[in-house]
Design a protein around this ligand. Structure first.
Ligand SMILES: CC(C)(COP(=O)(O)OP(=O)(O)OC[C@H]1O[C@@H](n2cnc3c(N)ncnc32)[C@H](O)[C@@H]1OP(=O)(O)O)[C@@H](O)C(=O)NCCC(=O)NCCS
Length: 204
């Protein structure tokens, strides 16, 4: 349930433009992953693709990180992070295929200076068959359904691997992310001894 208070609290921060109708972002047609290599366009005409992350995305990921506001970084990482070092960027791009998956909103193949504009990732814990996820979309591209599309890809990939539950810790002040999770049917839970965090869980 969306409250007008929570919406106005974050709208000016993260939502850049009028949002597309819900049916265009949550209907069954949009559930299907875009065919490999398909180009989609942002509302301001920027060509983009949604695809799995590649090991050679390191520079593009660092370029994208450099365009994030400190507040966006804090919402994503739950703490401040002033730069994305090369070792950390490499770590985020070179996935352990058994336990990690990530999809990016990126410049199309062949772009001279490619940039990663959004990332959704999950870490699978094989002992519990659950996966922790995280998501970010650069502010320039928020409010256009890209966060939902990335999260859908992660959920579908986790489900295909037999993951039973996907979960994440979200800052309680992060109404945009909590409302996005509501749309997907996540349950909200409090985190023991930490009111600043809300745990969201979705049974797959
Ligand atoms: C949260 C975030 C990922 C949303 O990405 P996005 O591309 O704007 O998401 P979408 O356009 O797909 O929006 C889907 C739904 O999310 C919710 N939402 C998104 N932005 C919102 C906002 N500013 N206020 C309220 N709800 C919002 C809504 O439920 C929306 O559906 P609606 O349009 O029917 O209301 C993006 O704002 C972001 O990256 N924020 C910073 C990092 C972060 O908070 N990461 C989460 C840590 S796990």
């Amino acid at each position: 349930m969306k409250t007008s208070a929570s919406r106005t609290a974050t709208m000016s921060t993260y939502r850049s433009r009028t949002r597309p109708p819900e049916r265009l972002r949550f209907d069954a047609a949009n559930d299907a992953p875009a065919p490999s290599g398909e180009i989609i366009h942002s509302r301001d005409g920027v060509p983009l693709s949604i695809r799995p992350i590649h090991a050679d995305d390191v520079a593009a990921l660092q370029r994208g990180f450099s365009h994030l506001q400190p507040e966006e970084v804090r919402m994503r990482f739950l703490h401040t992070l002033s730069e994305l070092s090369a070792p950390l960027a490499q770590r985020l791009c070179q996935l352990d295929p058994e336990q990690e998956l990530a999809f990016v909103l990126a410049s199309p193949a062949g772009t001279a200076e490619p940039e990663i504009h959004g990332v959704a990732r999950a870490y699978i814990d094989p002992t519990t068959d659950s996966a922790e996820f995280a998501l970010i979309v650069q502010r320039r591209f928020t409010g256009q359904g890209f966060g939902s599309r990335l999260l859908k890809r992660v959920i579908a990939a986790c489900r295909a691997r037999g993951v039973q539950e996907i979960w994440g810790d979200v800052l309680t002040e992060n109404h945009a992310m909590l409302e996005l999770c509501d749309e997907f049917g996540f349950r909200r839970e409090s985190v023991f001894h930490d009111a600043s965090l809300t745990r969201v869980r979705l049974a797959l």
